[in-house]
Design a protein. Structure first.
Ligand SMILES: [Cu+2]
Length: 157
């Protein structure tokens, strides 16, 4: 299990590195992951609080949000259903990598800086500062959920 985990992490890191090559890097994260659209944690400005609900219909409500570049967003995500869900932010390549990891290691604990796991009835938050404009996704990778469309869009402008 340990070797498989290290291998998966290596593959994901390689994908992230490829996806972010040449982009404006920030070095504020722990764990060696890089995200070209921002970083975990607060910036220097005010915090924009956005409430999102994870639904057992395999949707997020809302399914589309708009944020301003440079803004720190505190996502307050509530799982109002009876199924486990998660909330992971990332570009399309990162979502694909995470989906692949969840297919090979279902039930692993969430340790990524860009995601939170949401047991039924729980509310958890994720603070992220968006430093570039573009489109990022938030998705649930509990097996079957992403494929069923449990994904939303963050428009950064
Ligand atoms: Cu889900």
């Amino acid at each position: 299990m340990k070797a498989a985990s290290a291998l998966t992490a290596g593959v994901m890191l390689a994908m992230w590195t490829g996806a972010t090559l040449g982009a404006g890097m920030n070095m504020q994260k722990s764990g060696g992951e890089h995200f070209d659209f921002g970083h975990p944690g607060p910036g220097s400005g005010p915090v924009h609080v956005i409430h999102i609900r994870a639904l057992d219909t395999l949707r997020f409500d809302p399914s589309r949000i708009v944020v301003t570049r440079g803004e720190t967003v505190k996502f307050v995500v509530t799982n109002v259903g009876r199924l486990a869900h998660e909330f992971v932010i990332g570009d399309a390549a990162e979502q694909a990598a995470h989906e692949k990891e969840m297919q090979t290691m279902p039930g692993r604990s969430m340790h990524d800086v860009n995601g939170i796991s949401l047991p039924p009835g729980h509310t958890r938050d994720l603070v992220w500062t968006f430093t570039r404009d573009g489109t990022v996704e938030y998705a649930c990778h509990v097996p079957g959920h992403f494929a069923a469309g449990m994904v939303g869009k963050i428009i950064i402008k």
